[in-house]
Design a protein around this ligand. Structure first.
Ligand SMILES: Cc1cc2nc3c(=O)[nH]c(=O)nc-3n(C[C@H](O)[C@H](O)[C@H](O)COP(=O)(O)OP(=O)(O)OC[C@H]3O[C@@H](n4cnc5c(N)ncnc54)[C@H](O)[C@@H]3O)c2cc1C
Length: 764
């Protein structure tokens, strides 16, 4: 039995069932004669066959019963109203409970419940529909996530187990021995090595360039990782500590190791990079785009099970640090590489509109010209490209033509991929074979130049000396290791690279921030710490067209080229609307529950079969940026709280976006059968920010910001910042802006702190 039931629950279920069947003709209880849990299981199993029916030669849900599918479904399905659902069928089918009905009648009854109009008692309708909807969602999700072949086997340390001799770490859980959800949907899962070779051959013809060899590799001649000296108090000393080995942290630490010098001795810098997560992303000897290396391949490349950085959207858990720490075993939300491993691959490079907004927000002295070398570096190492012609399908052309017919210019997406194979496994969250641009190459540059990486090191506090009459000075950090032991390190300079969510939390714990948050723990006040968080948000509209517009392809995938437009003419200022072509998404479990999927039965199964339904769908993502709102990060857990919002303006922009997309649909050459605009009917107050920045923003004074245009803390000497937290305002997206900000940042930091002639204060 997949689910245990306490005595209390047993009594409750029995009472509910007894109460509800009162008044129903005697002798018609059918399968209710078993124990309540058996009945619930039978009801759920029967519903499985309603949603995914079977026929001779066409297996469905019930063929997976011998593999325990209903027990698995029951593991997380509330059953409060299952008995009611079974019993109430008697009102519609001459005293027969749901379990007594034949297959056709069961479908009919499920349809009655889904529709609800024939159920006159409001409470009963609510109970029935709650159970029905929960069961539909859980059953379709489990089935189309490919139960029982949905996950790679992992060992106790969370490492996927591969068969001996499987040198390519092929871990696709799907087999040909059983017909599962993926087989029905025509979704093969990750390609095996032979298929990969075919895809590479195809990609080599389709892409303008194919790069052979390693993008970066560890040099055999590299110096050993930096060792600490001893400070006067006996603690380990480094010249520089970088806290957080994420998008910006890898870039800054890597380039300081390569180019910075100790201004006192002229020697190579001793740098420690402290990362709260693990470091397996840099254990391979190199990175070979389009092929990958063994450790990363084994951990993530072939594994669509939601575990691992690219296999999951960490969502709120990542944004709220304490939730991330409490993540289920095996979920590697935090790793060297940070969010550059999680992001979707869209790489927005800041342009003059971004710089205008930065200057306007906090008076930074930045402009596009000053950032030119940094922008070029990101474009080179992330390999920012536009999707090749071969990725465009008929639907994409129709979408772009209809937008042009409304007078909007069409832009090509900028995406960060090198040697992509053109499947959803490199186009979406899973960068097959390291084709997605990440910050890891900079970490490798650091490793080749003596960078010391200390992983699983959660920095609890920045140590700040405060002497009467003098300026406060950052002198070191305290961190805990994986075993929970605390360590102290000293350094001449501390650079926090902990991102927009986590940096303020570290500063609060260190006694730096606004008085109202820190109270008696306040050491140094700056009301801007944790404030000014901005971000964008998006809403998705979809249309179901009468004809199919995208091909089935391998896995029914498309590598969406995401053409886009700006609704507002240039210059782009506060509250800009961008609209992007948006694929329907190809994961069978989300298609099965999508707005255009039929309710149940054969109609649903045919919609799913070989991705036939989803090939009719076209999407629009309306993206609102440079929003007139701001948020702040609350201690102790990092929950974000809205501070300002110009709701009438944002509501008007939401409405305008909907009108534009409706007009756009009207210009399509194919007829729109149905559309879904539900996300546009939410008020501005219901959205929270994505692609966040600004919580220790750079600016021209401690009155409006936390650090200078050169990233030095306004209030504490020897403390510097990088990461999304330093960007004064989100225009659109944040990965590209964060990387560009870090590439500019390390140049300023080297010029001001790690070149000959710089101040030697604090250096050993
Ligand atoms: C699922 C997802 C999809 C996204 N998609 C896109 C996209 O397509 N395009 C786009 O532009 N942006 C995207 N983003 C946003 C973008 O990835 C981030 O804004 C950007 O990478 C942030 O970089 P960062 O350096 O500020 O922080 P991070 O990369 O998060 O790095 C911070 C690092 O600091 C570590 N850390 C934090 N606190 C401590 C501590 N106390 N001690 C030690 N270590 C610590 C963390 O573990 C982490 O590794 C996406 C984000 C997510 C989560």
């Amino acid at each position: 039995m997949g689910q245990r039931m306490s005595r209390r629950e047993f009594v409750k279920e029995t009472v509910v069932a007894t109460t509800l069947v009162a008044g129903i003709p005697k002798g018609s209880l059918g399968a209710l004669s078993g124990g309540p849990l058996d009945v619930n299981k039978q009801v759920v199993g029967a519903l499985g066959a309603v949603f995914i029916p079977s026929a001779s030669g066409d297996p469905g849900y019930k063929e997976l019963e011998s593999h325990g599918i209903t027990d698995y479904v029951l593991q997380s399905l509330p059953l409060d109203n299952a008995a009611t659902f079974n019993a109430v069928a008697q009102q519609f089918f001459a005293g027969k409970s749901f379990l007594d009905l034949d297959e056709k009648q069961r479908m009919e009854y499920a349809g009655i419940v889904a529709d609800g109009s024939k159920i006159t008692d409001d409470t009963q309708r609510a109970q029935l529909q709650a159970f029905y909807r929960g069961a539909r969602s859980r059953i379709l999700t489990v089935f189309y996530k490919n139960y029982p072949q949905q996950a790679a086997a992992r060992d106790a340390a969370g490492v996927p187990i591969v068969k001996a001799g499987n040198t390519h770490q092929y871990t696709n859980p799907n087999t040909k021995e059983l017909v599962t959800g993926w087989d029905i949907a025509g979704f093969k899962g990750p390609p095996d090595w032979n298929e990969e070779e075919q895809l590479r051959a195809k990609a080599k013809k389709e892409l303008p360039y194919w790069y052979e060899g390693d993008l970066v590799r560890l040099s055999d001649l590299r110096p050993p990782a930096a060792t600490a000296l001893k400070a006067s108090d006996g603690a380990d000393y480094y010249d520089v500590i970088v806290i957080g080995g994420g998008t910006a942290g890898c870039i800054v630490a890597g380039r300081l190791a390569e180019q910075g010098v100790n201004p006192k001795t002229g020697d190579r810098l001793r740098i420690a990079l402290l990362e709260g997560g693990d470091d397996w992303t840099i254990r391979d000897p190199g990175m070979k785009s389009g092929y990958g290396y063994p450790i990363r391949r084994q951990m993530i490349t072939n594994i669509p099970d939601g575990i691992g950085p690219e296999g999951s959207d960490p969502g709120p858990a990542y944004r709220y640090p304490d939730l991330a720490r409490g993540a289920p075993a095996g979920y590697n939300f935090r790793l060297i590489g940070g969010c550059s491993l999680h992001y979707g691959g869209t790489c927005w490079i800041p342009g003059e509109d971004d710089f205008y907004l930065y200057r306007e927000a906090s008076g930074v002295n930045w402009d596009e010209a000053k950032f030119g070398a940094a922008i070029q570096e990101v474009q080179d190492l992330f390999h920012v490209m536009t999707p090749p012609e071969a990725w465009w399908n008929r639907g994409n052309y129709m979408w772009a033509e209809a937008g042009r017919a409304l007078g909007y210019p069409m832009y090509q997406a900028t995406i960060a991929f090198r040697n992509p194979l053109g499947t959803m496994y490199d186009s979406e969250s899973l960068p097959r074979c390291d084709s997605k641009g990440t910050s890891l190459p900079w970490a490798y540059i650091g490793l080749n130049n003596g960078l010391k990486v200390i992983a699983n090191a959660e920095v609890r506090k920045i140590l700040i000396d405060k002497v009467p009459g003098g300026r406060p000075v950052a002198t070191g950090v305290a961190y805990t290791d994986k075993a929970g032991a605390t360590h102290q390190l000293r350094a001449a300079r501390i650079i926090s690279a902990c991102s927009a969510n986590w940096t303020p939390l570290l500063l609060y714990r260190s006694g730096y921030g606004p008085k109202d948050f820190l109270g008696g723990n306040l050491l140094i006040e700056n009301k801007n710490v944790g404030m000014h968080m901005t971000g964008d948000f998006s809403m998705r509209a979809t249309a179901f067209l009468e004809e199919q517009v995208s091909p089935a392809g391998r896995d029914g995938e498309i590598h969406d080229p995401e053409p886009w437009t700006s609704v507002n003419p240039r210059p782009w200022r506060s509250l800009s609307i961008q609209i992007r072509g948006d694929g329907a998404g190809r994961q069978p479990e989300s298609i099965a529950l999508g707005p255009f999927a039929p309710e149940l039965g054969w109609e649903h199964k045919e919609y799913m079969r070989n991705s036939s339904g989803v090939r009719h769908i076209m999407g629009w993502a309306a993206h609102l940026g440079a929003l007139p709102w701001s948020w702040r990060v609350r201690p102790p857990d990092g929950q974000v709280e809205r501070v300002e919002l110009d709701a009438p303006r944002v509501d008007a922009a939401i409405k305008e976006s909907e009108e534009v997309i409706r007009a756009w649909m009207g210009k399509l050459p194919a007829k729109v059968a149905k559309s879904d605009f539900r996300q546009f009917h939410r008020p501005a107050t219901s959205f929270d920010p994505r692609h966040v920045s600004g919580t220790v923003r750079a600016g021209d004074s401690p009155e409006n910001s936390v650090c200078t245009s050169d990233f030095d803390c306004h209030d504490i000497d020897h403390l510097l910042f990088t990461s999304s937290a330093t960007i004064p305002r989100t225009f659109f997206w944040s990965l590209g802006p964060t990387a560009v900000n870090a590439c500019y940042g390390y140049r300023r930091i080297i010029a001001n702190h790690f070149s000959r002639g710089c101040s030697t204060r604090g250096f050993a």
